[in-house]
Design a protein around this ligand. Structure first.
Ligand code: GLN
Length: 466
């Protein structure tokens, strides 16, 4: 697929379509959609902005590449004056007081936000069923899940309801739904894009991530959102990625894949066969392919969930109904906190808060939480060693195909295990992109820290090759 952003930009600039008509058409499609992708529409704001873009074009002024391009936002980003619910009962009526840095940069570039998108509550999930707005249905088969947690965002892009969407990825939430719905989804290097105004799940792995239909659109949106932000001390300055610099595969000589991801009972046999067929095609192009050793999937999943639960228990402790959210009064303050949280958080979110507080508690933290941190260091060292030998690590996105709606809710443990291939790269804070090729749920391309450019470069190479 070619760049949708360039195509629509040209149509607007040539007055082939008006921005107001474009935005209206997308809003109508979103309103009528039966995939449950919408938490709230930003119709008034979007149409006001569209009229301004049209006025500019009518005056003969030139417009920027993103000016007038309609996009979606996972409902965990602050956009001043809009509902930001995290798909939860607790924040059902909460309106943002300020705007997230990443979103503000897109607004400054003239892009038009049209929808706050359905997702797993607070990012907790892999299917977008943990939501008060109804399970998100897969773009290709409505009996299957949309993936999660950024399911609404991926489905909106797949269905062309948005030109691109901004998801959030803590342990795979951009990459996995992108794979389930056959679109591109990038988790950039941790810190490349500011997290300010993204509702915190696990702060040490949370990343802002674009979802789109082409590598070029991912590049454009990534460039706009990247950069150091004094409001997020983990951010760093990065160089812009040019179109030319990623147009050929020069510099990619060796790639690797994790043997144990593929030689594993849990992997779907078709995903395995398709992955290995892709490896053969890559070898045929003269690229060396190395088999790498890595931690077992269950170690990755348990390390990730130990740390993610600890961080989310801590981050969500502020949501007690005093400052934010639907407060339920009871006989005293303590009881009010308890009933507000027990009535308004979902089962899955409560499972994580209880689990997280357990691993952080005295008597357990040394044995569980600190062990998790030690394992995380070992995982990062493993990656550092690997990237001395290979330029890129290629892997499937998921061991299986999207489950039927309802199945993941019955078996949370199976749902956690379905994250086996995405969470390791999150712990390593590495740049990883899902491409909609290679297997039924796509492929993940990963490079060393700060090497997002190489990831996009290899994606362009595979686009023309597979
Ligand atoms: N499925 C993973 C989890 O539930 C990842 C979610 C995410 O990246 N927000 O933690």
């Amino acid at each position: 697929m070619d760049s949708q952003i360039h195509k629509i930009h040209q149509q607007l600039a040539d007055k082939k379509i008006s921005c107001a008509a474009l935005v209206q058409q997308k809003l109508t499609a979103l309103k009528e959609n039966t995939n449950n992708t919408v938490n709230s529409l930003l119709d008034d704001l979007a149409l006001q902005l569209a009229v301004k873009v049209d006025a500019k074009i009518a005056k003969g002024e030139s417009i920027g590449l993103l000016e007038g391009i309609p996009f979606g936002i996972k409902d965990v980003y602050m956009v001043q004056g809009t509902y930001t619910t995290a798909s939860s009962n607790l924040l059902k009526n909460y309106k943002s007081a300020y705007t997230a840095t990443a979103i503000q940069k897109l607004l400054d570039a003239g892009a038009i936000p049209i929808v706050k998108e359905n997702c797993d509550s607070f990012g907790h999930g892999s299917s977008s069923e943990n939501t008060i707005f109804g399970a998100v249905k897969n773009a290709n088969n409505p009996d299957l899940v949309g993936g999660g947690s950024s399911g609404g965002s991926a489905v909106n892009v797949a269905k062309d309801y948005t030109v691109f969407s901004i998801g959030g990825d803590t342990g795979g939430s951009v990459r996995q739904p992108a794979g389930y719905n056959h679109v591109y989804g990038l988790k950039p290097t941790y810190g490349r894009i500011s997290r300010y105004g993204l509702m915190a799940y696990a702060s040490s792995t949370d990343c802002v991530g674009p979802i789109a239909k082409s590598v070029e659109d991912i590049r454009i949106v990534l460039n706009v959102m990247s950069g150091k932000d004094i409001k997020d001390q983990t951010t760093y300055a990065s160089a812009e990625i040019s179109k030319d610099s990623i147009s050929n595969s020069e510099g990619i000589k060796t790639i690797g894949y994790f043997k144990n991801f593929i030689e594993n009972d849990a992997i779907d046999s078709k995903i395995k066969a398709d992955f290995l067929a892709t490896i053969e095609k890559i070898k045929a192009k003269g690229i060396e392919v190395k088999e790498l050793d890595f931690f077992k999937s269950d170690i990755l999943v348990s390390t990730y969930y130990t740390l993610a639960m600890a961080e989310t228990a801590s981050n969500l402790s502020r949501l007690d109904g005093s400052n934010y959210g639907n407060r339920i009064e009871d006989k005293n303050l303590k009881e009010s906190y308890a009933i507000t949280r027990s009535e308004n958080f979902s089962e899955e979110t409560k499972r994580r808060i209880v689990g997280g507080n357990q691993v952080l508690s005295q008597g357990f933290s040394d044995e569980i939480y600190l062990k998790g941190l030690t394992l995380r260091d070992a995982i990062s060292e493993n990656f550092e060693k690997d990237f001395k030998e290979v330029d890129i690590i290629l892997s499937p996105v998921t061991p299986g195909t999207p489950p039927k709606i309802g199945d993941s809710l019955k078996d949370p443990h199976a749902m956690y295990l379905s994250d086996a291939y995405t969470v390791g790269f999150s712990l390593g804070q590495l740049p990883t992109l899902t491409i909609p090729q290679g297997t039924e749920t796509g492929l993940q391309i990963t490079a060393a820290k700060n090497n997002d450019e190489l990831v996009l470069k290899f994606a362009n190479f595979l686009k023309d090759m597979i």
